[in-house]
Design a binder for this molecule. Structure first.
Ligand code: GLN
Ligand code: ZN
Length: 751
């Protein structure tokens, strides 16, 4: 069989799948609830895919990714493809239900673990590979989606997660995952053969893991694997896609093999040094940012593309990564002001940019002169817009001295705070939110629809706050919270009140499974026109003599969960957000608040993928936190909260935050984090979560007591706090009350 390998010119690396109006989310949840059957779900999914494929084809893409559709997650799909679902779901006969059981668990089956996909906000399911795993090929999804696309006449390019990435991201037991490569490669070879028979001209193997630090042995495995995969003759052309960074040594290894194409991300930086000659290959150049929302500077991108022409046999224009990470289209956005809108490109607009660049590359800039001019004009307004240059904020930041990030030594603060707060030993507290009851959600919806006015909304929220304070008093907690009823989301709530942010109407992005988020857009200089939380928290404090802990979101987390402007370093935006939070802490203090918590659950998330870049990040992120929290007096106690595990790489940074008290997720990691903190010389207050709030189970007094005793082995009583491991907003009121009653009883027992 001879297979033709025509190069292509315009593509994107992958596609979103939840649907422009979250149709797949709704359908999937209806299926889970038993309201529709599998056939109906498949029909909705098929219509969404067809619609998407035909749109991309009419938008001029001459190679279109197929197979990036998923009912839940691409790593889970890859596990199914290679027969690598865990044995505990094997008993579930229906394949779709087995798939969802692996994704979300059932009453009796634990789901796969979920974790962040590189440094994005997307979460993948972590395949489990153990001695019992026997790989086998189940190509039905991959082949069906290819046939479906070919039947539509679409120039399909099947996308599959590559073997190195699949294994490196899996959780292996009984030996390193990469040791299993030899078993997997023959199955990839067979898959490629089947795809060729089905008519695939190109196949893309996604290998984002190549942009992380690999050992020399691993680089050699990359070379060997792709040498083997490209050795066969009865196969489609192979494109190996890397993204979110530069592949470094792995690129030279790939270049030595007979694969036909390599995709590189040129949005991280357009520096070409280190790109080896790809004389016999197609270079798929990711010059359109696939994970942020800014309009591409077409002239700059065209210049980059021009320099690439000499590096490879041919060059195709592409998004830097899958469009999974950006909203579908700007067309749904009616609320954005025209000027801001003209600086943006969502999925559909990025596809149009790819097309224009491909024309410009082949026919010369003259062929797209009008479009170049339009973009030039739009981007010029971005450079001069006053909202991007708030001289007051910039002047304040410029004049802040180094003492702006420094507080008195910890012991001194500890003494002042003990004197002022007079807390018992092992103080009990919670992380901030209480259950978001239906009354709260109804009130918010009613306000949005104009059924109630602001005054009525405030009245209802205050009544929620009063209930939460009364509950905490009744339970005997020591440090109270207001419960966060007024917050839809811990980032959006602040973004809505800060200058420099904009919200979208329909800018939904998949976070995991059917969960979608609508990240705010940080487009300008950030400033705080008015206090954001003082009324709510001050009201809560007025109801009790116990200290109420003020609750704020930290600068790093606000950046991590937003689309952030790309015209200045992240560190600069972080300082601006930090200044706004700092002003809020000062106002809270003036309103009589004695303890303030600044949450940084996303501190770990923005950590750069390469070790060489991590130090700089940790320096500015810690600096931003300290800027946000050093404006108050030494007698005001600063707390922070961190979650989402894997603190290993950031453990020194946690100490660097210098928060008087750090509450940290530990219930699931069995307090190991405390030893790590000790090893890092951490000697401040710490509240390791003593029970897991992710489960509806009520922990017993004995269990919590045991956790506390375990914690006391690592942390002296003077430094130990007692709290759950995260906020309670997703839990029900009944279980929360029971759990906290046991928590207070356990603290009393251990005291
Ligand atoms: N204060 C927040 C809450 O309790 C913290 C949430 C988080 O860590 N993600 O909900
Ligand atoms: Zn948390």
């Amino acid at each position: 069989m001879t297979v033709t390998h025509n190069p292509f010119t315009a593509t994107v690396l992958g596609l979103p799948r939840v649907g422009p109006h979250r149709e797949l989310k709704r359908a999937t949840e209806s299926y889970w609830a038993g309201r529709i059957d599998a056939q109906r779900l498949h029909a909705i999914a098929r219509d969404l895919r067809r619609d998407q494929l035909t749109k991309l084809q009419s938008a001029g893409m001459d190679s279109i990714p197929v197979g990036t559709f998923s009912y839940y997650d691409q790593m889970l799909d890859t596990a199914v493809l290679f027969g690598a679902l865990p044995p505990r779901v094997a008993g579930i006969a229906d394949p779709l239900d087995r798939y969802f059981a692996a994704a979300r668990g059932t009453d009796t089956v634990e789901p796969l673990e979920m974790t962040k996909w590189f440094d994005t906000n997307y979460h993948y399911l972590v395949p489990e590979i153990g001695p019992e795993t026997v790989f086998s090929l189940d190509p039905s999804k991959v082949l069906d989606e290819l046939r479906e696309a070919l039947a539509l006449g679409v120039p399909a390019r099947t996308v599959v997660v590559g073997p190195i990435t699949f294994l490196k991201l899996a959780k292996a037991t009984g030996g390193a995952a990469l040791d299993r490569l030899d078993e997997l490669v023959p199955l990839y070879q067979e898959l490629l053969r089947l795809l060729a028979v089905a008519g695939a001209e190109w196949v893309q193997l996604d290998e984002p893991v190549l942009v992380t630090d690999l050992s020399l042995d691993e680089v050699e495995l990359v070379r060997r694997t792709y040498a083997e995969l490209s050795a066969a003759t009865d196969r489609p052309a192979l494109l190996v896609a890397t993204y979110f960074g530069k592949p470094g040594a792995a690129l030279s290894a790939l270049a030595e093999t007979e694969i036909e194409g390599i995709a590189l991300d040129f949005t991280v930086d357009a520096d070409l040094s280190g790109v080896p000659a790809l004389a016999n290959k197609l270079l798929v150049a990711g010059v359109v940012d696939g994970r942020n929302v800014w309009r591409t500077d077409l002239e700059k991108a065209l210049a980059t593309l021009g320099t690439l022409l000499g590096c490879a046999k041919s060059v195709a224009v592409s998004s830097s990564c899958s469009l999974l990470h950006v909203p579908y289209t700007l067309a749904s956005e009616t609320g954005l002001d025209e000027r801001l809108r003209s600086w943006l490109a969502f999925g559909a607009e990025k596809v149009a940019e790819v097309r224009l660049l491909a024309i410009g590359l082949s026919a010369g800039p003259g062929a797209i002169a009008n479009e170049l001019a339009t973009v030039r004009t739009a981007l010029a307004t971005r450079r001069t817009d006053p909202r991007l240059d708030n001289s007051q904020v910039r002047a304040r930041l410029a004049t802040l001295g180094t003492d702006a990030t420094r507080r008195a030594p910890a012991e001194q603060r500890r003494a002042l705070q003990a004197e002022r707060l007079r807390l018992p030993s092992l103080p009990t507290t919670t992380i901030g939110s209480y259950p978001q009851t239906s009354a709260i959600r109804l009130a918010r919806a009613a306000l949005r629809k104009g059924e109630i006015d602001q005054a009525e909304y405030v009245r209802r929220m205050r009544s929620e706050i009063a209930d939460v304070i009364a509950l905490q008093e009744k339970l005997g907690l020591d440090v109270l919270v207001h419960g966060e009823p007024e917050r839809n989301d811990m980032v959006q709530y602040f973004a809505e009140q800060l200058d420099g942010f904009a919200a979208t109407d329909a800018g939904w992005v998949q976070s995991y499974g059917t969960r979608c988020v609508r990240p705010p857009i940080l487009f300008g200089d950030v400033a705080r026109p008015a206090p954001m939380t003082v009324d709510w928290i001050g009201y809560a404090q007025s109801l009790t003599d116990k200290p109420v802990k003020g609750m704020l979101t930290g600068p790093v987390t606000i950046l991590a969960w937003s689309f952030v402007r790309d015209d200045q370093p992240l560190a600069d935006s972080a300082r601006q957000v930090a200044l706004a939070i700092r002003d809020e802490t000062v106002d809270l203090q003036a309103a009589g608040i004695r303890i303030i918590q600044v949450d940084e659950p996303a501190l770990r998330e923005l950590l750069p993928l390469r070790a060489a870049d991590q130090g700089e990040y940790l320096e500015w992120s810690v600096g931003a936190f300290r800027l946000a929290t050093s404006g108050v007096s030494d007698a005001t106690q600063i707390h922070t909260h961190l979650c989402y595990s894997e603190f290993g790489e950031v453990i020194d940074a946690i100490a660097g935050l210098d928060a008087d008290v750090t509450s940290i997720e530990a219930a699931r990691s069995h307090m190991e984090v405390l030893d790590d903190l000790n090893a890092a010389g951490f000697d401040l207050g710490v509240g390791p979560g003593v029970y897991d709030i992710h489960s509806p189970r009520v922990p017993s007094v004995e269990e919590i007591t045991a956790s506390l005793r375990a914690a006391l082995k690592a942390v002296p009583a003077e430094r130990l706090w007692v709290n759950p491991d995260c906020g309670l907003k997703t839990r029900g009121p009944v279980e929360v009350e029971a759990s906290l009653r046991n928590l207070v009883a356990a603290a009393a027992a251990v005291r």
